[in-house]
Write a protein that binds this ligand. Structure first.
Ligand SMILES: CC(C)(COP(=O)(O)OP(=O)(O)OC[C@H]1O[C@@H](n2cnc3c(N)ncnc32)[C@H](O)[C@@H]1OP(=O)(O)O)[C@@H](O)C(=O)NCCC(=O)NCCS
Length: 199
């Protein structure tokens, strides 16, 4: 798929009907209240939340509140987050990814993501992020996608590097977690640099 500028006649994404996305292995869809147990299973895992700030969930109602907050942010046209499912099992959410903020004036937005541990190491998140990158460049008209990762979160750093994100710098001792300060690496992917994988 070529990454092209949104055409003049093509309105930018306006948070109308939720945009489901498909990849060879995945189906990215809107989260629903019924996904709370699956979201709880993801966010209840310390290994998943370790680098994300905030403790792992201990109660199902935290997942219920997260899904409600995501729906409210979508309704208010603030941000968008997809539930990641396998194509053959679209009812079961195994992860989430999306844009945390979208600064329309600057045509830039920031991504975030997490995946259930049972699915790590199979290239699932790069595949999901590629789909939302293309959505961001084509439908949101982004020129720049931002991301950050704890310097210790080698899996996340690797995902961003595989997708072509460039390191822009390090914010030293940017956060304090579990009695230790940590560094945050800042990344960006510019539309003018993005090369979609050959299909
Ligand atoms: C980060 C995360 C989304 C990665 O998703 P994934 O689908 O497993 O990604 P991949 O399958 O591409 O695997 C990650 C890569 O990291 C590499 N990796 C794994 N452990 C590593 C380590 N200790 N050091 C360096 N690289 C490592 C893997 O080898 C793989 O790279 P490769 O394809 O070149 O072999 C997933 O681990 C996750 O959800 N983590 C918890 C939440 C999180 O950290 N979110 C991001 C916050 S910024």
């Amino acid at each position: 798929m070529d990454i092209r500028e949104p055409m003049d006649s093509e309105a930018l994404f306006d948070f109308g009907e939720f945009p489901t996305l498909e990849t060879p292995r995945l189906y990215l869809r809107e989260l629903a209240p019924a996904d709370a147990p699956a979201v709880f299973a993801i966010r209840g895992d310390y290994e998943v939340t370790k680098y994300n700030g905030g403790a792992n969930y201990t109660r199902l109602d935290q997942a219920v509140a997260l899904i409600r907050g995501i729906a409210n942010d979508y309704r208010d046209k603030r941000s968008i987050r997809w539930g990641i499912t396998l194509r053959h099992d679209p009812k079961h959410v195994i992860g989430m990814c999306g844009y945390n903020y979208w600064l329309r004036k600057d045509a830039r937005a920031s991504i975030g993501y997490d995946l259930a541990r049972a699915h790590w190491g199979k290239g699932i998140m790069p595949e999901a992020i590629r789909a939302i990158i293309e959505f961001g460049f084509q439908r949101m008209g982004l020129k720049r996608i931002e991301a950050d990762a704890s310097a210790d979160n080698m899996r996340s750093v690797r995902v961003l590097e595989k997708l072509g994100f460039q390191r822009e710098g390090v914010q030293h001792e940017q956060f304090y977690e579990e009695s230790e300060s940590g560094d945050l690496i800042l990344f960006s992917l510019l539309r003018r640099d993005y090369r979609p994988p050959a299909t």
